[in-house]
Design a protein around this ligand. Structure first.
Ligand code: HEM
Length: 134
């Protein structure tokens, strides 16, 4: 599977869950877990969709295992972070270490994405300078 396809599909699943969460908050009048809803939608919908667009624009990277691993790690870490933040804001401190570990995983995964972007943008040795015969 291409990284962009996984990004787009997971983004839709996560935003549907996030919207459902928003409807439940609005209907119940209990907005205490609003930070978890916001993180689920922003990491799970907005960020994943943007990853998908970037990978779609770079077809070689899109088919790489590194990009696919980056997207999977993002999906898992987003779900775990959402659970952790949701627990904390519904009065269960057990969510604190869960959110902490997931947040570190998300930062590391964003660093991986940054490395993939830089590697993609860096000129390869073959194109950086013309060969003497050219
Ligand atoms: C059916 C769709 C949605 C519903 C019903 C919904 C509902 C809500 C509710 C009830 C709140 C709490 C507001 C408050 O207590 O002040 C909230 C906050 C928030 N939502 Fe949603 N939401 C939806 C979709 C989204 C999406 C798609 C995103 C992001 C892409 C999003 C991002 C946020 C953010 C960032 C906040 C926090 C706002 C603040 O800090 O004041 N929501 N939402």
């Amino acid at each position: 599977m291409k990284a962009s396809s996984l990004s787009f599909q997971a983004a839709v699943v996560l935003v549907l869950a996030g919207m459902g969460w928003g409807v439940v908050m609005a209907a119940s009048g209990d907005h205490s877990t609003m930070p978890a809803h916001a993180h689920l939608n922003l990491l799970g919908w907005v960020s994943l969709f943007l990853f998908g667009l970037f990978y779609h624009l770079h077809p070689t990277l899109d088919r790489s295992r590194a990009a696919l691993a980056q997207v999977w790690a993002w999906i898992v870490a987003t779900v775990v972070l959402t659970i952790g933040v949701g627990l904390v804001h519904s009065g269960r401190p057990v969510g604190d270490p869960i959110a902490a570990v997931a947040s570190l995983a998300i930062i590391a995964d964003m660093a991986l994405f940054g490395w993939l972007v830089l590697r993609r943008e860096a000129p390869s040795p073959r194109t950086a300078a013309p060969l003497p015969a050219e």
